[in-house]
Design a protein around this ligand. Structure first.
Ligand code: NAD
Length: 478
């Protein structure tokens, strides 16, 4: 196989003597080898980020914005090539890989725009009679260099969500992509290297997990922004309680279909969206639809429609333009899903379609009658599987949604504004989507979870706020 793909230390491509094979999840075909960073590379990247922090914080917003805009344009120009790379390393169908590339470009566009606007605020001090005419400027100052850690399921866009807001506020960043899917992150390095960003401001380091604790603990990286599974995220937070740690973790997102969502067109729309977004990326999204709560007045018809739609989804080779559902990241992940479905079936659930595995592929699957204690109901399945339950009215639906350790987003299919506002008030989640699935996410809108789904918010502007702290300049007596 050809030379390993280099990683990036302080904006410079580098090889080491170690490399790892990256294989296609669909057929295990070799895709590339990726160079693996060493402790010495990590130390060098950290020293460079530390040294760059003050000058980068003072660098002009115009320069940062131009660089981010360049990356956005290049992502768009190279969409097809990048999408093929995402499909090759992650196994998601090309259509979803293209969508991901477009979303990453959007993240950089938003960051480029917001880098120009982002400042602080002016507050009056003449509320104190001793300070007539006094004012205070509340500037936003980068907290310091950021360590970004990302999962395999959106190997480009979640890296973009770490890198772009950090660079927009003038915070150097070291990003650590997931071991199975480093290639699109490393390709992003090519685009960053085309810009005028200072070299110390960014590094992209595929590091083995056992080399991470030292980097996580390094006090020169005061911010850790983690997206991934709960156990890993929580272990990081516990290891560095004095640091600013943002966690974007898992979920078992729900869709509620209300009694007023009842015309044939309503039900067709809900069934299509639920079927597609329970199974897109083989269900490997933290906001994929996992649990559906349908009002008893429409539940039978909705279930029939969802089952039919799921059964017609095209599965197979993700490189095929027609494929809607490809493999999971590996066979082990598919075996876990197979086991959870078998457990639910043994406990009395009915498999309405799907329920079988071939290698890393798990068939899109719908179950009804899943006991609330089954892992399919209470854990994060992260596979193309959804459960449907009947409920009587909004109160029961909301109680069932809230009966979860997680709380990322919920979709509520209703036409009624009072139900929408009730959902906002009563659902314990980071976001409610009306008339659609919980899987809707816009790159610039605050995004994140409550309970075990996370701490803090991303979304370009929310992340920029999170990566900075207020610094006050007061003029008490002007
Ligand atoms: P994971 O937790 O296994 O890995 C995430 C990252 O952490 C990887 O880069 C991994 O190498 C790294 N890591 C592992 N051990 C580490 C350690 N000890 N110290 C530091 N880093 C370490 O998660 P995954 O399987 O790649 O991703 C799936 C999970 O991510 C799911 O739970 C999913 O819900 C979650 N996720 C959440 C969001 C969100 O925005 N809330 C988005 C996407 C995925």
């Amino acid at each position: 196989m050809s030379t390993p793909v280099p990683f990036w230390v302080a904006g410079t491509p580098r090889h080491s003597t170690e490399s790892t094979p990256i294989t296609h999840p669909y057929d295990n075909a070799p895709v590339a080898r990726a160079s693996i960073a060493t402790d010495a590379d990590a130390a060098e990247a950290t020293a460079a980020a530390h040294a760059a922090a003050e000058p980068f914080a003072r660098a002009s917003a115009a320069q940062r914005s131009r660089s981010l805009d360049h990356v956005a344009r290049r992502l768009t120009e190279r969409t097809d090539e990048i999408a093929e790379l995402i499909t090759a390393e992650n196994g998601k169908p090309l259509r979803w890989a293209r969508a991901e590339t477009g979303r990453a470009a959007s993240v950089f566009h938003w960051a480029a725009e917001e880098a120009r606007r982002f400042g602080g605020e002016w507050q009056r001090l003449d509320t104190d009679p001793q300070s007539p005419g006094g004012v205070a400027l509340v500037a936003r100052h980068p907290r310091g260099p950021v360590l970004g850690i990302t999962p395999f399921n959106f190997p480009l866009n979640l890296v973009a969500h770490k890198v772009a807001p950090a660079l927009a506020v003038g915070a150097p960043i070291i990003v650590k992509p997931a071991p199975a899917t480093p290639l699109s992150a490393l390709l992003l390095g090519e685009l960053l290297a085309e810009t005028a960003l200072p070299s110390g401001s960014w590094s992209i380091l595929p590091l083995p997990n056992d080399r991470m604790p030292r980097l996580v603990a390094d006090t020169r990286l005061p911010v850790v922004s983690f997206t991934g599974s709960g156990p890993v995220g929580r272990s990081i937070r516990e290891a560095v309680p004095h640091k600013h740690v943002t966690l974007e973790l898992g979920g078992n997102a729900a869709a509620v279909v209300c009694d007023d969502w009842s015309t044939p067109a309503d039900l067709a729309w809900a069934a299509d969206r639920i079927a597609v977004f329970a199974t897109y990326q083989a269900g490997q999204s933290c906001i994929a639809v996992q649990r559906v709560f349908a009002d008893s007045t429409i539940a039978a018809e909705l279930t029939e429609r969802v089952v039919q739609r799921v059964a017609t989804l095209a599965t197979g080779d993700p490189r095929d333009e027609h494929t809607q559902v490809g493999p999971l990241i590996d066979e082990e992940a598919a075996r876990r899903v197979e086991q959870w479905v078998a457990e639910a079936a043994d406990a009395g659930a009915r498999i309405r379609t799907g329920g079988h595995r071939t290698g890393a592929e798990y068939a899109p699957t719908v179950l009804t009658g899943v006991p609330s204690t089954a892992r399919l109901a209470c854990e994060e399945v992260f596979g193309p599987v959804l459960t449907i339950d009947e409920v009587d009215g909004l109160d029961e639906a909301f109680d069932r949604v809230n009966d979860s350790r997680f709380g990322l987003q919920t979709g509520v299919f209703t036409h009624r504004s009072d139900s929408a506002f009730a959902a906002l008030a009563r659902l314990h989640v980071g976001g409610v989507v009306i008339g659609d699935v919980p899987s809707v996410r816009a790159e610039h809108v605050p995004y994140g979870g409550v309970k075990e789904s996370g701490v803090g918010r991303e979304g370009v502007m929310a992340a920029m706020t999170d990566l900075t702290e207020p610094r006050v300049l007061a003029f008490p007596g002007v």
